[in-house]
Design a protein around this ligand. Structure first.
Ligand SMILES: [Zn+2]
Length: 319
């Protein structure tokens, strides 16, 4: 059966790329999101994958750019639907939020086809995503430094929680953040439609981070093998899960020196970072409140009072 997404149309054993039209730009030109359809020669599940929902999060675009040429539809069971760049307007100017309406895409799902620019793009991509059995929404820690991890956002009491956790484990980055996300996330809205969904958060970078992209490519192929799109599945590896997430801000302005590296274990009372003047004079020292793992940290050393410095994943276990 031929599968279509926007102008991309592929019969069994075929792959096609095209555009999913969602409106017009300010000069009146129609614009469309770049899409791909990989239609396996054999029947199977449907995977939906998207990248750059946040326009400055480019590692997912790197993953799609590397995964698609390695897919052979003749070898594939099932179908893969891909939107390569979701936040079209933000991507053009390398910003996080859609500059047309200054809105974050991943707070607008399931979208509204007659709404704002962001809501229309959310609606168009949600419609495509709703055709799938599994969803990967490729993100990263914006431009902060972050562990490569996968987020389960539906919340522990959601009926699809176990299936989302299983998908996160199948992706297999090593770390999972299992914490209910804010309203409007694709990983919140799609499980409500019965579709297991996760946010792989592929590190953080300005531009592309090759190590995080490599982990993302591996994660996508892990998912394809585990859910039988491809043969030769491997047993799942144990993941380190955090169920809480504590953020730390600067108590004073100045320059931050971190005393822990990403992935380091942290104990209560241990120093996380120090703030000094430009001349190295100590101003403040911040210690951890809870036991956990240093998960995310700002990239630049300079901070104002109250500005974000780092996050610790807490309530850690293995699964
Ligand atoms: Zn994001």
């Amino acid at each position: 059966m031929t599968t279509t997404l926007g102008t991309a149309s592929a019969g069994p054993g075929e792959i096609d790329t095209g555009r999913l039209e969602v409106g017009e730009t300010r000069d009146g030109s129609p614009f469309g999101l770049p899409v791909a359809v990989v239609n396996g020669a054999k029947p199977g599940k449907t995977l939906y994958m998207q990248a750059a929902s946040d326009g400055d999060e480019l590692n997912g675009v790197g993953v799609v750019q590397r995964v698609v040429p390695r897919l052979d539809p003749a070898e594939l069971s099932g179908t893969i639907l891909i939107v390569g760049i979701v936040n079209y307007h933000a991507f053009q100017v390398a910003e996080h939020r859609n500059p047309i309406d200054d809105t974050k895409m991943n707070r607008a799902y399931p979208g509204n086809e007659g709404g704002t620019s962001t809501e229309r793009i959310a609606a168009a991509t949600f419609e495509a995503a709703s055709r799938a059995d599994l969803i990967l929404d490729l993100h990263q820690g914006s431009t902060s430094r972050m562990l490569d991890e996968v987020r389960v956002r539906c919340g522990k009491r959601h009926r699809l929680h176990d299936q989302c956790l299983e998908l996160a484990k199948a992706f297999g980055c090593g770390y999972v953040l299992d914490q209910k996300g804010p309203d409007g996330q694709l990983a919140r809205a799609a499980p409500d439609e019965g579709i297991p969904t996760v946010d792989p958060e592929l590190g953080g970078a300005v531009g592309w981070d090759e190590e995080s992209i490599r982990k993302g490519v591996t994660g996508v192929f892990n998912v394809l093998r585990y859910y039988n799109f491809l043969e030769e599945g491997e047993p799942l590896e144990t993941q380190t899960r955090a169920k809480g997430f504590e953020q730390y801000g600067a108590p004073a302005g100045g320059l931050v020196t971190r005393t822990k590296a990403l992935g380091d274990r942290v104990r209560p009372g241990e120093t996380l970072f120090e703030v000094t003047t430009p001349f190295g004079e100590p101003k403040a020292e911040v210690t951890a409140d809870s036991e956990g793992i240093l998960w995310r940290a700002r990239r630049l050393p300079q901070v104002a009072t109250g500005e974000y410095v780092c996050s610790v994943g807490t309530d850690i276990d293995e699964y």
